[in-house]
Design a protein around this ligand. Sequence first.
Ligand code: ADP
Ligand code: ZN
Ligand code: ZN
Length: 715
Amino acid sequence: MAVDAPLPGTLDYAWAGENLSHGTWVSVPLGRRTVLGMVVTEPIPGSPDLLSVPGQSDLDPSKIRSIVGPVHGLPAADREWIALAAFAARYYRRSFGTVAVGLLPKWLRDLKNYAAKSASGATNFDRLWKSIDTAAASVAKPSRSALDDAPSLNADQTQALAALSRQGVYVLHGVTGSGKTRVYTEAAREALAQDPSAQVLMMVPEIGLTPQLVDRFRQALPGVSIAVLHSEVSERERAKLWLSAATNQARLVIGTRLAIMTPMPGLRLIMIDEEHDHSYKQQEGLRYSARDLAVWRAQHLGATLVLGSATPSIETWAQIDRGRYQRLSLPHRATGEPAAPIRLIDTLKDPATEGLSTESRAAISTVLEQGGQVLVFLNRRGYAPVLGCGSCGWSSLCRDCGVATVLHKLNSAKNAAAPRAANAATNGAAKTAAKSEWRLQCHHCGLTTPVPRQCPDCGDPDLQPLGRGVQRLEQTLQTAFPNARVLRVDRDSVRQAKALEQALETIARGEVDIVVGTQMLAKGHDFARMRLVVVADADTQLLNPDFRAPERLFATLMQVAGRAGRHETAGDPAQVLIQTRYPQHRLYRFLLSQDVAGFARMEMEDRQAAGLPPFTHMAAVRAAYRDEGKTRELLRGLRGTLEQLAQAHSWPVTVYGPVARYPEVQAGKWRGQILLESGSRSALHNLLASAEDWMVQHRELDTHLEVDPVEVSGG
Ligand code: ADP
Ligand code: ZN
Ligand code: ZN
């Protein structure tokens, strides 16, 4: 029996009732609780310790407790799903039971939902089940597809689609607007048409992108029941969607990273949009990469996997090089319009006064006169990254983390809802002067504090915001272009998927002239009238020492640039301006020529030379504790132990550290890690097993393992 507990194997329980088949969900006593468990009576490939053979147990029979009974109604887990859970448990080093039980939606794990509540005997589960039956029955009959009128596929799309009919892993490499989404919908249509029980899984990096995509699929596949799964779906709804996928009633599942764990007995095709996106990596609990699990799942099932991106990850490029993935290229925009040219503005020569150079201001003004829209991108939330004292050099730091706290302006009404914000902007900047409140916020731990009236060190009342965030840039733009309607889009103005959707609609309807925002705006949104993109400042990211920082920045800038000029409109040709103090930086060489493959080649050479992933495998053992010296000492001890062990067994693993993570201190605890690097995954995993023993022995530390960490300095 697998239960949600940190055990290496399974537990034995007694049962005198009818045979319980492999994968059946049961309720069992565990300690003083009754919990959900899963019957494991068949060997799981790769995980031999997970088998309990019926009738056999090494335990003293008097010590074996009894199963309470099967959970009626909950469909048994299928073999493929069990294998997926077992693989994830093995690979990310968690117990199988924790993963398998933990993967079920919370609502389904709650045994109360299976207990009869009233005299009628109906349980919450029964009611949920009934609503699925009704929902399935009410799905519209296939009608004429809206896409029957859509332009036919172009030659590149046709070729890509044809290739996908053969099982394998494919990289759909196409710039924004090249028609990838069209390929996704067509591929889904073909897969579903071929087999009445086939299912398709479509993954997107964030919730904000799902509504647009769901619309495209609804239009392309009328009558197909679609389950949309993401973190903002309620627990009960998630349970319902899960059941409809598990029973093959939902044929298409569209969702964010958690959707990769959905049981789909008919799964034939998995597609991942923006496969390079880091939001596919879960950063807590089971620290999985949804993309990597998708690769495993597709191969295990013999299904086809499509990894779509304008800037495939370096991991993916390396697999293309090794001949494991096949690249399908959509090199041109489907609408025929050329990509907007990118130019650099050297801010040492043309200084960015109040955040904008003379050239950027002139370009914005021209586009506004021609009735076009402008996007100003700055990936920094808040008003200013720090508050400082000009007299003594004091700067605002988080009490708990020691990093600079960000000055935020909280003017609640203005950005509460996007359309209203646009109106407020129309009515002029005057209204925004309405009393704003200021706060200092730590972006690492979230701690928010009032702004001091005077310098805590020298008493000088003249504290200055230093540097610039999007809120300050918004103010600059509003002042410089008083007649323009300015809308800010960031995590402070747009908290939920719904609000983002509204903001995007406002932009699409042309009710905004200047959009200023962060990363949130970079991804897959189609803005018809966007004639100019200005990147206000990317220099901080350019200088970030994390080995994946250049890859991330390149992808972001390509994406942001892709927002410009997606459709034919009047006026000057669309363009992209990037303000920087480092115009000579080699990343820009590839960006200017939009040479994605060239950039990837350079990154791969660098990583290979430096022995970094994807040419080695990496894992981190992370620890946090209130005493830095002690934590370092313990981690140093662990490193010594691991090095000795590796040497004794001739395991080719290099251990680094201890090194601090960024930020070093969080919630009063110092955060450090040691890094393990190896060309051999099995050697790495062998050492991680000893690291786990060490973790168990040092419970006073907050520890966790991270396999394939995405951020090596932070995270
Ligand atoms: P991507 O997903 O790569 O950003 P989309 O599939 O959204 O690209 O297509 C971008 C735009 O081009 C959309 O407006 C879409 O309707 C249009 N489009 C897609 N395929 C074609 C085609 N074969 N012919 C003409 N227009 C197309
Ligand atoms: Zn001071
Ligand atoms: Zn903090």
